[in-house]
Design a protein around this ligand. Structure first.
Ligand code: NCD
Length: 305
């Protein structure tokens, strides 16, 4: 049995296969409409979510399966003090696969060690978010034909942003990726990413503070939200929240074919006027999340081929 905790759980070849399958599904969804007939997905979400939970549910429904679950800790027995280990043991008897989001780093990993069904980490605190990374990789591959030879700017809350941590982990394995890490000093990537992932793998990266300085050289700009829920106090959040705002004027500094990605939800960091720019790819990115999650569910349930 296989779980997904981090994008590193799949080799580059396996990621390619997963993206090939997602592409086949996207091109001919009807062909896959009954692959999961009779199967159930449990979505155990101890933290708010729109895209991740609903795209998982849409993915399972598109495959002919059914879904059950909870969307907040208060509506589950966590509110009574139940551990994730006990919860997953029980859910193992109700469903065939589980997607779990939790505010505590490592909670889905703990659950996977006690689970009798595959567990997918749907975001654990400020740590990792592997299925967003699968979505990001699939989007990048769809836009460029392959993943490599790119300068990618990651901008915003690089400290608490789990999507950034997972994406860096995944991208260092591809050829000739240059990272430009754009953040205020207080929100720089944690050292376990800078030292243990980027430096350790001799990745090409630099850290800058001004978005305007970085923009002209980027092929992709990956914007992120300042993660309010992970700040220790509201004042620090308020000081940081509007540090970066990608506006129409700033887009003029960028290459004509630079693509803008964002895991969403957006707060203020991309002005809505940018949505009409052909380089804004974030809503399409969210749409693609369904196909890659369909491919992932099929793979973990061993229903491919
Ligand atoms: C992200 C998350 O939950 O980490 N959202 C998502 O799943 N697309 C990004 C965020 O919340 O800022």
């Amino acid at each position: 049995m296989r779980h997904l905790m981090s994008p590193m759980d799949f080799s580059v070849e396996e990621l390619d296969e997963l993206m090939d399958l997602a592409e086949n599904i996207e091109n001919d969804p009807k062909k896959y409409a009954h692959v999961c007939d009779g199967k159930k997905l449990a979505t155990c979400f101890y933290e708010p979510s729109t895209r991740t939970r609903l795209s998982f549910e849409a993915a399972m429904l598109n495959l002919g399966g059914s879904v059950l679950g909870f969307s907040s800790a208060d509506s589950s027995s966590a509110a009574k003090g139940e551990s994730v280990s006990d919860t997953i043991r029980v859910i193992s008897g109700y469903a065939d696969i589980c997607a779990m989001r939790h505010p505590k780093e490592g909670a889905p990993l703990v659950a996977s060690s006690k689970s009798l069904i595959p567990v997918i980490n749907a975001g654990d605190g400020g740590h990792q978010h592997p299925t967003q990374t699968l979505t990001d990789l699939y989007t990048i591959r769809s836009l460029y034909g392959n993943i490599g030879n790119l300068t990618i700017g990651l901008c915003g809350d690089l400290k608490f942003g789990r999507t950034v941590h997972s994406l860096i982990n995944a991208l260092i394995r591809y050829e000739n990726i240059n990272f430009v890490l754009i953040s205020p000093d207080e929100l720089r990537v944690p050292s376990y990413i800078r030292e243990d992932v980027l430096r350790e793998n001799n990745a090409h990266f630099k850290e800058v503070e001004r978005l305007e300085d970085a923009l002209p050289e980027l092929d992709i700009l990956y914007m992120t939200r300042v993660q309010r829920e992970r700040f220790f106090n509201e004042e620090d959040y308020v000081r940081m929240k509007d540090y970066y705002i990608l506006s129409k004027e700033k887009m003029e500094l960028a290459k004509k074919n630079m693509m803008v990605l964002h895991p969403l939800p957006r707060v203020n960091e991309i002005s809505v006027e940018v949505d009409n720019d052909p380089r804004a790819a974030y809503f399409d990115q969210a749409r693609k999340g369904v196909y890659i999650r369909m491919a992932l569910i099929m793979t973990l349930l061993d229903l491919v081929g």
